[in-house]
Ligand binder design. Sequence first.
Ligand code: AMP
Length: 383
Amino acid sequence: MKTLWPGATIGVLGGGQLGRMMALAARRMGYRIIVLDPSPRCPTAQVSDGVVVGALDDRDAARHLARQVDVITLDTEHVPADVLDELDKIAPVRPGPTVLRTIQDRQVQKQFLDGLGLPQAMWAPSSDRIQLADALAKVGRPAILKVRRAGYDGKGQVRIEADGDPFSQLEKLRGEPAVAEELVPFKREISVILARGLAGDLQIYPIAENVHRRHILHTTRAPAPMTTEGKRSAEEIAVTVAEALGHVGVIAVEMFELPSGKLLVNEIAPRTHNSGHYTYGACVTSQFEQHVRAICGLPLGDPRLMTGAVMVNLIGDLWRSGPPTWQPVLARPEARLHLYGKDAPAPGRKMGHVLLLDDDTDRALATADQLIADLSATPSSSA
Ligand code: AMP
């Protein structure tokens, strides 16, 4: 097990904001970054040492990247696992292809969780009308239909109402294999982010409390106010997942908390996570540095929280009439603005976020909503 010291080159598959923030942390530490992405101007390429232009399933381009790097990691879980198998023979892929194969298909992920005896929403395969009818008999209505592959931020999801026509909802998924889930009456959503090193060592971040709007993460608050018992069971679930996967790197386990306090796993993301962005301002070691440490075989850093924090996402809708005026954010000493360098704002697209560092997280949540209202109201900075 070779340690990759600063000076080594990390290859990143996918050039989104997660890759960008990891690249910023990695380059600060002295690593080199080469990214594979269809766009030479993608968020990660803007802060990298090199870019290989190609689709994530372009084997020639991926091999070309692999030959130039010491280790390969991912910005997204949607890289075909077969491509990862091939790359793993050239340079180690961390997390490994088996982890991705288990996670990238919702049905396989759910079977994996069932196999571990971990709690999750009732679910059933629902790829055609016969399966859907059986699934609804099991999970009840309302329910949510989710495509098995490549869905994110509510994309590839439709809701089946108690009295609607379920088959017309199924048709909206255009024949994509899907699963049905019961609609969970959760009290709140939380996520546990942890890192697992090459030797199996673990470091767990303070638990994050998440609010979604239109299926997209809106705010994260850390630490989530929780009982010691609730925190312990959430951490236990996440550790069980990471160890069963043999994961290497940062991993996020999203959970629903029911009014009774019971936790259900919603989704596993085998990578750094939007609900962990707060770590770069609030923790001793950010999730991005931690991921670099894990995949390079370094000792893991301290995940300790130094201040309470709230993160609020900046979604493309705020760019309706051009880039917002950032004055309301930049005027606040506790606020840190992070923009991802995406040049095509679109409704629902994550363009950046603001981090509010404040031990009074109730106040920070109120500030976050005020900022979003101010940014929506202010005239565009290009006007
Ligand atoms: P997902 O992409 O599956 O993480 O879904 C995005 C968001 O949709 C979640 O964070 C929840 O807010 C909501 N959601 C997804 N699945 C369910 C469910 N079974 N019951 C209630 N809400 C859900």
